[in-house]
Design a protein around this ligand. Structure first.
Ligand code: PMP
Length: 426
């Protein structure tokens, strides 16, 4: 991740009345723009349109000969698992293909742990007096919602450009057996685009934990979602954990939500043989098998791991100019003042914007009243509470490029006005 802070020249902000006028002009435009959620645009979804004609009448067996129309095959289609095993660095026999949402798999894992515990759990988590969880911040709001819905208390730990602050995590987990796990988004994290370093990954998989059943939910949602030629890969956490003597510590998740169709892709779960057996045991109560036709059509569409890589370069052509526009406008409009910092992601779906402390919610409100919808302030923190009220997540994938530009110019006006208002009050 490249982090950009506003330049060292700290020009004085324009006068409050000037910014108020600029904001009134913005409001007068009557905009209706949306930078809230990281959804693929229609143009991106069109890239996968041929999937709709696959597998085609009369085609229902992958190279294993299994009839994909029928019940069974809890592991998922072998052909698609082979392709993603290569991309995700997981042995194919340790990678399951499931339904359309990796979030469901994550929710399943935590729910199964609550109801039954892992094999080495002293008891099901729901019978523990308290279960706590480490949440790197800023982070993905839906991860936090899973914890909150299942009664897990969240402990925020800061993100760094190399991933979660491993020292802070190690210190917490060493002595507190109520801390049962943590979220990690290893590649192009949501929202700040960090890629976990080898050193941080090794530290997390090898640190001693007071809880015998500590798990890292390694959500590799953006494994192949590059925005530059620097197509980074994050460390192979499952192998590193095994090497460190904690083979069951990591469960890996990914999906094609932002590769093919966000609502009709394929989700994957990877882990040690013991974790996979544990998950399948509980899953087998709920399902006789996944949608293997969808697995087959994905395997046919991509053909190989290289097919996925090629496909993602087409996404990049659509997405990269939008991210460049965000960074360019932030730099032009805010770079001269000491009011904001942001990252320049090399992949993923978000730009993380830090505004003047105490003003994030005001920025979001001003933007809303000017017709620009932003992710609610605080969403990137557990319980929706950003202690410094400064982080705003920007999601430029969905609107067309010209709208991204217009929206970002408006956001910059809101950031400046909110900072000037705060300075004025002081
Ligand atoms: N993980 C992260 C980090 C995400 O940003 C998202 C989507 N915004 C998801 C998971 C959701 O993935 P899926 O569609 O596979 O449930």
């Amino acid at each position: 991740m490249t982090t950009t802070t506003s330049s060292h020249t700290t020009a004085t902000l324009p006068a409050l009345h000037e910014l108020q006028q600029a904001y009134a002009d913005l409001q007068a435009k009557g905009l209706k723009l949306d930078l809230t959620r990281g959804k693929p645009s229609a143009e991106q979804l069109d890239l996968a349109e041929p999937l709709l004609a696959l597998p085609g009448i009369g085609v229902h067996a992958d190279d294993t000969g299994t009839d994909a129309r029928n019940y069974g095959g809890l592991d998922g289609g072998l052909a698609v698992r082979r392709i993603f095993a290569e991309l995700l660095d997981v042995p194919v026999e340790q990678l399951l293909a499931g339904g359309n949402a990796s979030l469901t798999l994550m929710h399943d894992v935590v729910t199964f742990a609550e109801l039954f515990g892992f094999p080495e759990s002293p008891k099901p988590w729901a019978r523990e007096e308290k279960v706590r969880w480490i949440c790197p911040v800023p982070g993905y709001d839906r991860h936090f919602t899973v914890c909150e819905a299942l009664g897990i208390e969240m402990i925020p730990v800061p993100m760094t450009p190399d991933g979660p602050d491993a020292d802070a995590v190690a210190e917490l987990v060493a002595s507190d057996p109520t801390i049962k796990g943590m979220w990690v988004v290893p590649t192009y994290s949501n929202p700040d685009g960090a890629v976990i370093s080898d050193a941080v990954a090794r530290a997390l998989v090898s640190m001693p934990t007071a809880a015998p059943d500590f798990r890292i939910l390694w959500d590799n949602a953006y494994a192949v979602h590059h925005l530059t030629d620097d197509e980074v890969t994050s460390p192979d956490a499952i192998a590193l954990a095994a090497e460190a003597g904690h083979p069951d510590r990591v469960l890996l998740f990914a999906s094609t939500s932002k590769i093919t169709f966000a609502g009709a892709g394929v989700a994957f779960l990877g882990g040690s043989p013991a974790n996979i057996a544990w998950y399948k045991k509980h899953l087998s109560v709920a399902s006789i098998g996944p949608d293997k036709l969808n697995h087959l059509r994905h395997a046919m569409f991509f053909g190989s791991a290289d097919g996925v890589r090629e496909h993602m370069r087409k996404h990049r052509e659509i997405l990269a100019p939008k991210f460049e526009a965000v960074v360019q406008i932030l730099t032009e409009r805010l770079g001269g003042y000491d009011v904001a910092s942001w990252n320049e992601p090399k992949g993923g779906y978000f730009v993380s914007l830090d505004v003047a402390p105490g003003t994030a919610s005001r920025v979001v409100q001003l933007a809303k009243e000017a017709g620009i919808a932003l992710t609610p302030a605080g969403a990137t923190y557990p319980y929706g509470k950003d202690p410094e009220n400064k982080n705003v997540r920007l999601a430029p994938s969905m609107p067309p490029l010209d709208e991204v530009r217009t929206a970002m110019d408006g956001v910059a006006t809101c950031v400046l006005l909110a900072a000037a208002e705060a300075a004025h009050v002081d």
